[in-house]
Design a protein around this ligand. Structure first.
Ligand code: S3P
Length: 169
């Protein structure tokens, strides 16, 4: 089994991945952590500032290749993984789940978070959000609306729809 979480920054991919991994006894992999490992930088922000976004995207694709060979794992992707179409086939090696969160809710969560270089400017972040929504939908095997849902409810939906394959909830 291989579950791959996609969605915008702040949509809860990391938290949901940890919980799913725990429930299903699967390894949890954070793409950003692996990207950081193969970079020479201290944190993600520093990769963006010193090397630029394109370099970050190249490292991200290297890691997408690596995870395409993994199994029995829950993967939390970086929110911008859909910016490069070349990553699509690599992620298709798993069951792709889109955590869909409204911009208003994301904004509340992220406005004071300085670790996310692409959320510094609200207008730019909104443009990125709009640009990516159709990609997330297109790439996903399952879309879960997360506004007003607890982590527990999100996990339950993922389990019912992917592990037990129930279509009616
Ligand atoms: C990014 C999202 C981040 C991280 C990087 C770029 C993006 O991951 O990969 O800052 O382009 O949306 P999270 O979605 O885990 O915040």
């Amino acid at each position: 089994m291989k579950l791959i979480l996609i969605g915008f920054m702040g949509s809860g991919k990391t938290t949901v991945a940890k919980n799913l991994g725990h429930k299903l006894n699967l390894k949890v992999v954070e793409m950003d952590d692996l990207v950081l490992k193969i970079s020479k930088r201290k944190n993600i922000k520093e990769i963006f500032v010193k090397d630029g976004e394109e370099h970050f995207r190249d490292l991200e694709t290297k890691i997408a290749k690596k995870i395409s060979t993994m199994d029995n794992v829950v993967i939390s992707t970086g929110g911008g993984v859909v910016m490069k179409d070349r990553n699509n086939n690599l992620l298709k090696t798993g069951n792709i789940i889109f955590l869909k969160t409204s911009f208003e809710v994301l904004e509340q969560r992220l406005i004071s978070d300085s670790s996310r270089p692409l959320f510094k400017d609200r207008e730019k972040a909104k443009m990125l959000f709009d640009l990516r929504q159709s990609k997330y939908e297109e790439w996903a095997d399952l879309t879960i609306q997360t506004d007003n849902k607890t982590v527990k409810e999100i996990i339950k939906t993922v389990l019912l729809k992917t592990v037990f394959k129930k279509s009616v909830l």
